[in-house]
Ligand binder design. Structure first.
Ligand code: AMP
Length: 547
């Protein structure tokens, strides 16, 4: 027989709501700073009041529980306020991907049924292009910059700062069911239309708590702790900036929001604001390290967790040379996002940098509460031999329960009660796993799967290679062979034969499959990226395989 806990009638049944993440910093660290570029400084006390004013202003504009409010902004203190104020009144925050095409933007705004859009003046042109085709929207609010009043044909209902100063702070934020939807956003949609995912208060709170504890477990390096200064470099419109703004706020640490990502501004803020903790995709850290001004900045107090794509060892080694504490995590839009983090043990930290890099670029071990298995083509879990591969399937408290208004794809995502990530991985005896491909990107040579990520990693280890991507090239005998698109470092030279000789070394050591010898190589100027800076293989196939 089940025994439920006894409830005293007057006991408070505490719901896991986003508002509850704010108690600690406001009680214990009200004077801590939140900084926007080199222009704005507010305290947590100010932020608390601004959140209450924004909430009141949105209610005045007619926002009711269940309505959706969209934000189009670069990373800012205002975005952080929206992360809290909008869900805290029971509304849904739609983080609009500012890099979507106009058609995709119409689709996402309409699907999400946005009622109010808060827009940075930089994105007015795109809204002007689509106005008249986003019928659900009743108000546009301008995220105004210091008194600027841009010319626009949109009917603006007010400016953000104007609405805040014209509203009395909301006195109390209501309690409601923790399963209420808090946020929504759309996958980056490299194929077809973007798909909407959504997360509840309970999911975000549980993600915050678990991720926070997971980031705190290493004995010394790579920890996010109370003395850190946080700056995101994964956009706030993408998967809650990995949920770390919620963690940083709950910890009450100093936060720095960099606006649009400009290498020099990011590097400057890291040094002047003493930023010690960030997260980004590999291409961004590569961009920062190869920026001509980068050498002028001391980055040796900076920790950075990399995710969103596999981190090539060459970038990890380069970052380590600069004294950066770099490590990896894994997740996806559908999973809030974090599923795993790769922490090194004390012993592993003592290994030579090249060996360490090989370990830290792995995808990691699942964080608490995440139930993750890797299932091979035979439907069984793969052995932990670091070679056999299969698809990663997950369960966890913070996974989207489906795609917005898309039953067919929702069922596919959750087939058999497990969320299908479409990521292919292997796992070693310590339980640390390593993504070798996306199911869509897997290359099958003579019936054998070979990992495009492993070849990319080895290509990038050539000193003259800046970037590399592997796609499958149709072949009459083999079905497919690997096709390497390679960007040479500025000022360097490289011939295909020399690069092939480099690759053969890895094959001879047994680190790459025999079939790698069939690889074709093409030197290119650039490699296409998605809206969040990842290698865009769909575009690469279109561009380099057509005809
Ligand atoms: P998105 O939904 O746009 O955030 O993309 C999620 C996808 O990025 C995952 O399904 C993986 O394919 C990829 N990804 C994320 N983190 C990693 C990682 N650490 N290593 C390799 N691929 C990753």
């Amino acid at each position: 027989m089940k025994t439920l806990i006894a409830k005293t009638p007057s006991a408070y049944d505490y719901p896991l709501l986003i508002k509850n993440l704010l108690f600690c910093p406001h009680a214990y660290n009200p004077d801590q700073e939140i900084v926007y570029r080199d222009t704005v400084r507010i305290t947590y006390r100010d932020m608390r009041e601004r959140i209450a004013r924004l909430a009141a202003a949105l209610i005045k504009l007619g926002i009711k529980p269940g309505d959706t409010v969209a934000v189009l902004d670069w990373d800012s203190h205002r975005y952080l306020e929206c992360y809290f104020a909008i869900p805290m009144i029971g509304a849904v925050l739609h983080m609009v991907n500012i890099r979507l095409s106009p058609e995709q933007m119409i689709y996402t705004i309409t699907q999400a049924e946005d009622k109010v859009i808060l827009v940075n003046p930089d994105f007015l042109p795109i809204l002007e292009q689509i106005k008249g085709r986003i019928d659900t929207v009743e108000h546009f609010v301008l995220l105004d910059n210091a008194g600027e009043k841009p010319q626009t044909s949109l009917a603006i209902s007010g400016t953000y700062e104007g609405l805040l100063s014209g509203s009395q702070p909301l006195e109390e934020f209501p309690d409601f069911d923790e399963n209420t939807r808090a946020t929504t956003f759309f996958t980056t949609g490299t194929t077809g239309l973007p798909k909407g995912v959504y997360f509840s208060h309970r999911q975000i709170v549980l993600h915050t708590l678990t991720m926070m504890s997971s980031l705190a477990i290493p004995a010394q390096k790579s920890r996010l702790h109370m003395e850190d200064v946080y700056m995101p470099i994964t956009p706030m419109y993408h998967v809650h900036a990995w949920g770390i703004p919620f963690i940083a706020t709950m910890l009450g640490i100093k936060q720095v929001y960099p606006g649009k990502y400009l290498p020099e501004m990011l590097l400057k803020l890291i040094v002047t604001e003493k930023v010690s903790y960030s997260h980004c995709v590999p291409t961004i850290v590569n961009m920062l390290l190869s920026d001509p001004t980068s050498k002028n900045y001391d980055l040796s107090s900076w920790k950075v967790i990399i995710g969103g794509a596999a981190l090539p060892r060459a970038i990890a080694i380069e970052a380590m040379k600069r004294g950066i504490d770099i490590y990896c995590g894994y997740g996806m839009s559908e999973t809030c996002p974090v599923l795993s983090v790769q922490h090194l043990s004390e012993e592993e930290h003592a290994l030579p940098p090249e060996t360490q890099a090989g370990i830290l670029v792995r995808t990691g071990r699942p964080i608490g509460l995440v139930d993750l298995k890797i299932v091979g083509p035979n439907g069984k879990e793969i052995p932990n031999d670091d070679k056999s591969t299969g698809e990663i399937l997950v369960r966890g408290p913070w996974l989207t329960q489906g795609y917005l208004k898309d039953d067919l794809n929702s069922e596919k995502l959750w087939e058999g009660g497990w969320l299908h990530t479409q990521d292919v991985a292997c796992r070693d005896a310590t339980g640390s796993f390593r993504i070798t491909d996306r199911t869509k990107d897997v290359i099958k040579v003579g019936g054998e799967w070979i990992s495009s990520l492993e070849i990319e990693d080895a290509l990038c280890l050539h000193p003259n290679v800046a970037e590399a991507a592997i796609i499958g090239y149709p072949h009459s005998n083999w079905g497919e062979v690997p096709f390497a698109l390679v960007v040479i470092k500025a000022g360097e030279k490289l011939k295909a034969k020399a690069l092939m000789d480099h690759i053969k070394k890895y094959r001879d050591m047994g680190l790459l499959p025999r079939e790698v010898i069939l690889m074709k190589i093409k030197f290119v100027e650039t490699i296409d990226k998605t809206s969040v800076g990842k290698i865009n293989k769909v575009e690469l196939r279109k561009k380099h395989l057509s005809g």
